[in-house]
Structures are given as structure tokens and as C-alpha cells.
Design a binder for this molecule. Structure first.
Ligand code: HDE
Length: 690
């Protein structure tokens, strides 16, 4: 039965209580008042950053014991399964903005371990914009919509962001990541996750290792084209959220390998960068990533607000065996997260909300406060006590009590950055130099797009000056397109120690030990599976039933999903008499929502698609998919459509175009989809579009 919040059964949920049929509503209508009061308070403040998120439950399975390095139990016992909740997010955008904004993605994991909650609150990029927490509010103010007119939403392409960035050489490495296609992922399941900071592992003997955390998607790291991202934002702004939800519903569970880079404490100074500097990676060539576990997301939340919105992460939620490093960005984060939960969730009792609750029972003397759920019995809320028999007791180390890793700390109180933090360009170069040619082109075009939106020429000029320290050709190309000259520019940086000359320390001659890293290019990612890919079948009445069924079955057996697109949503009658109900009409979706398309065989179907009412829509579909370097399958008798489309203009052998004359057409199609896109033919495909 429908009840009020006090549990009273409600007999009429349609009409308010009135004085007479046409009379005024009565204040005494407690049912109406309760309903509307609750509704009025349904919203809570959105997260100041990472407002837009998507979450899922899952499990972490340890495959290789790390007991040698950490006493954390969930990382010690092989095959141990730890429940998790993961929240992905965009960073700078509002809760209601598009998934496809150019942005960093949050990758936050709550491990519900037997020793309490452990939160790994990471991103899909391994570095950050700034080195010190002091600059975080400035960074966020600069990237958020400008405060006078609240423009632009879901975009970093504006004056204040680039003004700040152009004055912050330390952000250059992160800018390379942000301008790369990593900032427009194909899906959450195809992006990496990183802990970013160096953390510490401590084993039973108290030995310390620095550790960097990595999550590598089993489906590979794949992105969409920027032009595509812009279109998706209009056609399906929930593209990533939907993909995650649907993959889990279809039991195509997203999976990641969990890996660690381990560095003995005594090797801390062996690198040409500072391990405490969050604008640096530890190149995998210098310290390989050891894969030790699997993260699987296998259950959608039951309620978005209760779980995804109310989940509260904190890099300070640790378990014994893991500790912080002195990274000054991480140190600042340790203050921020509880503080922000207090205003967002409104009470210090947010740990009692089901999604935040530790599996381990909570025993302490903290009491009361807004929205307290726990009913603690007895009169003892202090320690030491004798009345309660001394409970709850402190745990010794052997009983699993948390102890910080002992570290000698001494120093003069000082507001300064260490000289080892000054080199801002070597790893920006490392990233840029490691990209394939199409990736470099995309990065360059992203910079041109973003900087073209900057209205103040001095900012554009300063940015080009920054790029010049990374790559001269890149700087020249961008400068040419944004109407400024490449010049030596001064970068006032008040945060550097007085004796260090930034320009000298950041000179173009300076190179890191590692100059190219394969792990940084998406070219080298996994390209052997079509699991989770979405294939659009374009057809109408008379489509070849056998072809549809055979190809559809084959693609679905390999883990892809096939969606039928037809001129209308009415059932399509195929040449064998069977009926198939389309999921989309030609006007309700677009090629950008699919990884590949198939123009289904069948003379009558092709005739139908050539009808003047549909032809331009079908050709737009094909041409756009072609432009975005996708695999396209042309079934038998589809030649008239092929000939009218831009595909017929191709000048190179294109491995992603499948025509009836090909051998093993379905295998060729599957192979092309698995490769994701033929980025290397992008200029050829685009050139032909003119
Ligand atoms: Fe966060 N960050 N952050 N951050 N962060 C928040 O906490 C903050 C940083 C990250 O899905 C906030 O609960 C400061 C780095 C993720 O709920 C806030 C600094 C990394 C999420 C906050 C950083 C992150 C947040 C806003 C610099 C990658 C979303 C809402 C000192 C390693 C978690 C909230 C979720 C959220 C502060 C920098 C990741 C305001 C002060 C670096 C994934 O507390």
C-alpha cells in the first residue's frame, strides 16, 4: 500500500484536501504538505568538481599476492574477492552536461574490505595539472564557466582556462593528455585508471615501497573523434552512462587488469623527476607495471541518487598496509574530501548511508549529529572508561590496528617548492613524442580548436610560447592557425625557488631518461575484441533475412550488440517473410552512436533505402561513419548506395570497408571492428569528403 513517511496508508494520491469541490486547499492536508515538502528538498548540492557521474557495483579479485609489499589483506590472499563500488565522472562540468565533453574522467573506487573501506580516488590520466593543493581552487575557477555569464558549459575552450594554463608551465604535461583523444573516451570500459600520486605500501616487517596504481581495460584504450564527440553530445548526451548501464545489463561486464609499479623506498631518488611530483609518470620502461588483479563491474545501482550520488570517496580512507606519500597535492586532498561531504551530504554521519557503510562494524565514541542512523546502546561515549569495561579497545598492530609508516621528518617551515619539481617539459615531450601520427594530428587540432576560442591574443601567444618548449613544429602549426607568432615568452612563476632559473631548467635541450614510451600511445592498445561494440544494421523491407541472421549471430557471439535502423520503427519484413522490429529510425539516431555499420543485402531493401525520402539520410549515415574511420560492411546488391556514397571515392585499399567481393566478409568485418578505427586513413577518408 502507498503510505506517508510516517507509515500511514494513503487512500487518495490524486486530490488534495479542499474546502468544498471548488474551494481552497486546506493547510491541514498533511499528506499533500509532506509530499511537496519532501519534493522541495530533493536536490543536494552537486559536487564542486566531478559533478556528473555514473556508477556500478563490482568485485575486485586478487590474482597475485602482494603480501611481500603490503599487509593490506585484500591485496594478500590470492583469489580473494572484495566488493567494490566505482564512480566515473567528468571533472569540470555540471551534473546535467554531456558525457562527451573534452575533460579528464574521474575513476574512483571504494573497496569494501574486511579491514574497512579503502578508497582509490583516481583519474583516467596519470598526471595532474598542478603540483600543490594551493593551486586547486584557482585551476577549478579558471576552467569552470566564466562567473559573469556562466559560459561556456562543458568546455575548457575559453579565456580564463587558457589564461591560467599559459601562466602555469607545470600543467604542460597534463595539457598534452587533455588535448589528446584520452579526453574523449569511447566508453568508461575503454579507458585506463590511475592513482596519479605515489602512495606507499608497508609490509608486516614495516618495509616501505612507493607504489603507483594502474587499471588497464581488457577491451583496450579507445576514443572517439572530436567531430564525433560533438555530434554525440547532441544525439545522446548520456552516451557513456548508457553504455555502462547497457553493457552490465547485457552481462558484458567491463573489466580491468589492476597493476602496480613498485619502487623500494631507498630508490626514491633514482629518477630524473621527483616521485612526489604529481605532474610526472614513472615510465613503464623504467618500472614495469606488474598485473596483480582484476576489477569487474557486474551490477548496476538500484537507485542513482542513493548510490551514485551519495557515495562519498576520500583518498584518506585507507587500510593498514597502505599509506600516503608527501606529494603536496595529495596532502591537500586529505583535507578536502570530508570537508566537501559535510556541505554536500549535510552531516558528519554520511558514513552511515548504505553505499558508504563499511562492511566492518563501526565501534567508536563519536555520537549524534544530523541524520544519525546508528542507535548506540548504553551510556559510554568516552575513553578511557571503566563502566563499559573499557570498550571499545584500541587494536594493536598485530590485531590489525592502523599505523602510519614511520618516516623521519624535519625541516624549516617554508612555503616553497623543491627544485626537483621544476622540470615541466621533459614529460610533456615524452607524451607528445610517443604518440602516433594520427594521435599527434588530433592533439594539434584540439589545441587549435581550444585556442581559437580564446579572445585575448596575448594568451594565445603565451600558449604557443609554452608549446614551443615541447615541440617546435607543433607550436608553429598551432600559431599559424590561431593567428599569432612563435616568440620567446616570459612565464612569471612565483612558486619556484628563487635560485632556480625556470627557462634554463626547462630548456628544450633537457630530456628525461625515457624519450618514447609505447604505453602512452593508443596505437599499441588491445585490438583483438569486438566485445561491447555497437553495430548498426541499416535496412528496410525485403532485407536478406539469412544474411541478417547469420551476421547478427556471429557478431553477437563475439560479444557485440546489433541494433536495427530502418526508415521507420514499424517491423521490417525480410525476404524470408520473417519480421524484425527496428530499435531506431533513420532520424532518431546517427552513425556516431555506432562503432560500425552494415548496409544489409537485398535488392528490395536497397530500393527502399534509395527512395528520395530516405536516400539522403542513408548516405549521410554512410558518409559520416566513413569520415570517422569506422568499419562499413556493404551486403550484396547494395552497390547503388555504395556508388552514391563517399566510400566510392576511396583511393587507397581500405581494410575497414567490406564489399561482397571480399573473401570471408564477416571475419574481415569483425577484424576491422576490433581494430576500432582506421585512423591512419583519416586524411584520405576526409579529403575525399570535400
Ligand atoms: Fe579531487 N575532489 N581534488 N582529485 N576528485 C573531489 O570531493 C580535490 C584530485 C577525484 O566520484 C571532491 O566528493 C582537491 C586529483 C575524483 O565522488 C573534492 C584536489 C585526483 C573525484 C575534491 C583534487 C582527483 C574527486 C568533490 C587537489 C586524481 C570524484 C566532490 C589538491 C588522483 C569522486 C568530492 C566521486 C572529487 C578535491 C585533485 C580525483 C572537492 C582539493 C589529483 C575521481 O573534495
Amino acid at each position: 500500500m502507498l503510505t506517508s513517511n510516517q507509515g500511514i496508508s494513503i487512500s487518495d494520491n490524486q486530490n488534495s484536501l479542499k474546502a468544498g469541490n471548488r474551494g481552497p486547499t486546506l493547510l491541514e492536508d498533511f499528506i499533500l504538505r509532506e509530499k511537496i515538502t519532501h519534493f522541495d528538498h530533493e536536490r543536494i548540492p552537486e559536487r564542486v568538481v566531478h559533478a556528473r557521474g555514473s556508477g556500478a557495483h563490482g568485485v575486485f579479485i586478487l590474482k597475485k599476492s602482494l603480501a611481500k609489499y603490503t599487509k593490506a589483506k585484500f591485496l594478500s590472499e590470492v583469489e580473494k574477492e572484495t566488493p567494490v563500488f566505482v564512480r566515473f565522472s567528468t571533472v569540470a562540468k555540471s551534473k546535467g552536461s554531456t558525457d562527451l565533453a573534452r575533460d579528464v574522467r574521474g575513476f574512483a573506487i571504494k573497496f569494501y574490505t574486511e579491514e574497512g573501506n579503502y578508497d582509490l580516488v583516481g583519474n583516467n590520466m596519470p598526471v595532474f595539472f598542478i603540483q600543490d593543493a594551493m593551486k586547486f581552487p584557482d585551476l577549478v575557477h579558471a576552467v569552470k564557466p566564466e562567473p559573469d555569464n556562466e559560459i561556456p558549459q562543458a568546455a575548457s575552450a575559453h579565456d580564463t582556462f587558457w589564461d591560467f594554463i599559459s601562466l602555469m608551465p607545470e600543467s604542460m604535461h597534463m595539457i598534452m593528455w587533455l588535448m589528446s583523444d584520452r579526453a574523449i573516451p569511447r566508453s568508461f570500459s575503454r579507458m585506463e585508471g590511475f592513482g596519479v600520486h605515489s602512495f606507499k605500501f608497508i609490509n608486516e616487517e614495516g618495509k616501505v615501497h612507493f607504489v603507483k596504481f594502474h587499471f588497464k581495460p581488457k577491451l583496450g584504450v579507445h576514443s572517439v573523434a572530436w567531430d564525433e564527440a560533438q555530434r554525440i553530445s547532441g544525439v545522446d548526451p548520456d552516451f557513456h552512462k548508457r553504455d555502462l548501464w547497457e553493457s552490465i545489463e547485457m552481462k558484458n561486464f567491463p573489466e580491468w587488469d589492476f597493476g602496480v609499479q613498485l619502487i623500494p623506498e631507498e630508490d626514491e631518488d633514482k629518477f630524473d623527476f621527483d616521485l612526489l611530483d604529481p605532474t610526472k609518470i614513472v615510465p613503464e620502461e623504467e618500472v614495469p607495471v606488474e598485473i596483480v588483479g582484476t576489477l569487474i563491474l557486474n551490477k548496476n545501482p538500484d537507485n542513482f541518487f542513493a548510490e551514485t550520488e551519495q557515495v562519498a570517496f576520500h583518498p584518506g580512507h585507507l587500510v593498514p598496509g597502505i599509506d600516503f606519500s608527501n606529494d603536496p597535492l595529495l596532502q591537500g586532498r586529505l583535507f578536502s574530501y570530508t570537508d566537501t561531504q559535510l556541505s554536500r551530504l549535510g552531516s558528519p554521519n554520511f558514513h552511515e548511508i548504505p553505499i558508504n557503510k563499511s562492511l566492518n562494524t563501526v565501534h567508536n565514541n563519536q555520537r549524534d549529529g544530523h541524520m544519525r542512523h546508528q542507535i548506540v546502546k548504553g551510556k559510554i561515549s568516552y575513553e578511557p572508561n571503566s563502566i563499559g569495561g573499557g570498550c571499545p579497545f584500541q587494536a594493536t598492530m598485530s590485531e590489525g590496528g592502523f599505523t602510519s609508516s614511520p618516516e623521519r621528518v624535519s625541516g624549516v617551515k617554508i612555503r616553497e617548492r623543491n627544485k626537483s619539481f621544476v622540470d615541466h617539459y621533459s614529460q610533456a615531450k615524452l607524451f607528445y613524442n610517443s604518440q602516433s601520427v594520427p594521435e599527434k594530428n588530433h592533439l594539434q587540432n584540439a589545441l587549435i580548436f581550444e585556442l581559437s576560442k580564446v579572445t585575448i591574443p596575448e594568451i594565445r601567444e603565451r600558449m604557443v610560447g609554452q608549446l614551443n618548449y615541447i615541440n617546435k613544429k607543433l607550436a608553429e602549426k598551432v600559431a599559424e592557425k590561431i593567428g599569432v607568432e612563435v616568440k620567446d615568452v616570459e612565464f612569471p612563476n612565483q612558486s619556484l625557488p628563487a635560485e632556480s632559473n625556470p627557462i634554463e631548467l626547462q630548456s628544450e635541450e633537457r630530456e628525461g631518461h625515457t624519450q618514447v614510451s609505447d604505453a602512452l600511445s593508443m596505437k599499441n592498445t588491445v585490438k583483438d575484441t569486438i566485445k561491447g561494440r555497437k553495430i548498426g544494421f541499416i535496412m528496410t523491407h525485403g532485407a536478406h533475412g539469412k544474411m541478417v541472421n547469420d551476421l547478427k549471430n556471429k557478431l553477437e557471439t563475439e560479444g557485440a550488440s546489433v541494433e536495427i535502423i530502418a526508415p521507420s520503427l514499424g517491423a521490417v519484413k525480410m525476404d524470408d517473410g520473417s519480421l524484425l522490429v527496428p530499435k531506431h529510425s533513420l532520424t532518431s539516431t546517427a552513425s556516431v552512436c555506432f562503432d560500425a555499420i552494415c548496409i544489409v543485402a537485398g535488392e528490395d531493401s536497397v530500393k527502399g533505402l534509395l527512395h528520395p525520402e530516405h536516400q539522403h539520410l542513408v548516405l549521410h549515415f554512410i558518409n559520416e561513419a566513413y569520415k570517422h574511420c569506422k568499419a562499413i560492411y556493404f551486403g550484396k546488391a547494395t552497390e547503388p548506395l555504395y556508388m552514391k556514397s563517399n566510400v566510392s571515392l576511396k583511393t587507397h585499399i581500405d581494410p575497414a570497408i567490406v564489399v561482397p567481393e571480399d573473401e570471408n566478409t564477416s571475419d574481415k568485418f569483425i577484424d576491422a571492428i576490433a581494430k576500432h578505427r582506421v585512423w591512419e586513413l583519416e586524411s584520405d577518408r576526409n579529403f575525399q569528403q570535400v
